[in-house]
Design a protein around this ligand. Structure first.
Ligand code: HEM
Length: 226
């Protein structure tokens, strides 16, 4: 147990935790996007999907607890690594080099902090119904929680949609760098896969961002309506 603790307290161990938890979060982000895109198949498809998640009952809570755990570990390892990096670099560089723009780079910290704020706001909005409560308790003709109407009504209000668009673009930037540096975080330097993942990172990030952005854009342009 002790060697395990000291490994995860080391800089290499923390980088590994950050890389692996990042992978878990990307898995959630892709799965959540695929679920959300069902909105384009109509209210029945999205509400049935949301209901099937709710029907998981206790299992859903296990998944939620796992997700929170992964999220917390990701944030803690990021903060801890960036502190360690700063401590090892007391004097400011005269020329800002991209070498420091790695896992704990300043931009990752800024975008990551905004994403955290976004996720908290998003939970208050769509999971707890505290932001637009008038759209939260809607029920569809089959008696299910009307997620479709909640999302469409929600994004019809620009004051809600603009922060979403801003956060989603920041998420894209965060993912682009995060995915590209995944192997670096794990300490893997493969002659083929490392350069490949560096190329794939930005592309995957753009696809994910455009996928998420398509929902508020479709609502504001009237493609999705109630
Ligand atoms: C257009 C963008 C998005 C839409 C329309 C959307 C929609 C939703 C909805 C409807 C829920 C509530 C599900 C329910 O309780 O039935 C939800 C929950 C959630 N969303 Fe999103 N989401 C979006 C973007 C994101 C992003 C970018 C993230 C993460 C970075 C995210 C993370 C979460 C989390 C963590 C939950 C809570 C899951 C749970 O309680 O089981 N969402 N989202």
């Amino acid at each position: 147990m002790k060697p395990l603790i000291s490994f995860f307290s080391s800089s290499i161990g923390k980088k590994m935790v950050m890389g692996l938890t990042g992978l878990g979060l990307i898995g959630f982000i892709i799965a959540h996007l695929l679920g959300n895109l069902l909105i384009f198949c109509g209210p029945k498809a999205l509400n049935t999907y949301a209901q099937s998640l709710k029907d998981l009952g206790g299992l859903l809570w296990v998944a939620r607890a796992g997700l929170i755990g992964i999220f917390v570990l990701h944030i803690f390892s990021a903060i801890s690594l960036s502190r360690a990096n700063r401590a090892a670099r007391p004097a400011k560089y005269k020329v800002k080099k991209s070498v420091v723009a790695s896992v704990a780079s300043k931009n990752m910290g800024v975008s990551g902090s905004f994403i955290l704020l976004f996720v908290i706001g998003h939970l208050f909005h769509f999971t707890l119904g505290k932001i637009q409560p008038e759209f939260f308790n809607l029920v569809d003709p089959a008696g299910r929680f009307d997620v479709y109407k909640m999302v469409v009504h929600g994004f019809q209000e620009k004051i809600v949609t603009i922060p979403y668009v801003f956060a989603l673009i920041l998420l894209g930037a965060h993912l682009s760098h995060g995915i590209s540096s995944f192997f670096q975080s794990l300490g893997i330097n493969h002659p083929v896969y490392t350069p490949l993942i560096k190329k794939i990172g930005p592309i995957l990030a753009i696809v994910i961002t455009l996928g998420y952005l398509s929902i508020p854009v479709a609502v504001l342009s009237g493609i999705l309506k109630v």
